[in-house]
Design a protein around this ligand. Structure first.
Ligand SMILES: [Zn+2]
Length: 226
């Protein structure tokens, strides 16, 4: 009980400081309507937070989270961001060392039925890694994290194809590498998929001519082609 009260007190004094730091103008700007420009589907993992993008996520990021960043598990919420709020960007963000993906690669039959139900959605993407060398389980987990991001992007591209074709939506699949697994630096978010395309060449073939140079720069700076 002591520990609980300590956490609660610290949490609410921090919250009070936060509310006092912002003036009323900050809150009034979005009082009647939210106008986010990113729908973010990511894992519930506490090490992954929308602040990693370096912007204030308030009224900018419509965030949907579940274990393993799965589209189907919160389809209504993602639809809400894309169809009602009309964010031009959907980012599907997986992360290294994902506990959900790790669990789905093992035997999770002893979990309760709700957890089993949520993990079952990861079975299709992780099947693509079953041929891998099982001696290195850590590598297999990271492969499965990527396969899951690609799979979730594919589902989103199928669902929102009309919007993508009309240029109203771009779907980005990415991995948050807080372990510097890919050698690009600790804490980097590395895009691995754009509208279902996994290579720079394929992505550039489909972008608007006027935007090609900007895309080239963006991909050169950030894209992880694996
Ligand atoms: Zn996770």
């Amino acid at each position: 009980m002591g520990k609980f009260l300590e956490i609660l007190t610290s949490l609410f004094s921090g919250q009070k400081r936060y509310s006092q730091k912002k003036d009323s103008h900050f809150f009034k700007k979005f009082l009647t309507k939210q106008t986010p420009y990113i729908t973010l589907l990511t894992c519930s993992d506490s090490r992954v937070q929308s602040e990693i993008f370096g912007i204030d996520p308030t009224n900018a990021i419509f965030c949907v989270r579940n274990i393993g960043n799965q589209l189907i598990n919160n389809l209504g919420s993602v639809d809400y961001g894309i169809i009602h709020l009309q964010t031009p960007l959907l980012i599907i963000l997986g992360h290294v060392r994902c506990g959900a993906v790790t669990a789905a690669l093992g035997d999770y039959s002893e979990e309760n039925t709700a957890v089993i139900g949520e993990l079952n959605g990861l079975c299709i993407p992780i099947r693509r890694t079953l041929e891998d060398n099982r001696e290195n389980f850590e590598l297999q987990v990271e492969r499965a994290v990527l396969e899951n991001v690609h799979y979730q992007v594919d589902l989103a591209v199928r669902r929102y194809r009309d919007r993508i074709e009309r240029g109203k939506l771009t779907v980005i699949g990415a991995v948050y590498d807080f372990g510097n697994f890919y050698g690009k630096g600790f804490g980097r978010v590395l895009p691995v998929n754009v509208n279902g395309k996994k290579s720079v060449k394929e992505i550039l073939e489909r972008v608007d001519k006027k935007e090609k140079a900007a895309w080239e720069n963006f991909l050169k700076e950030n894209f992880l082609e694996v």
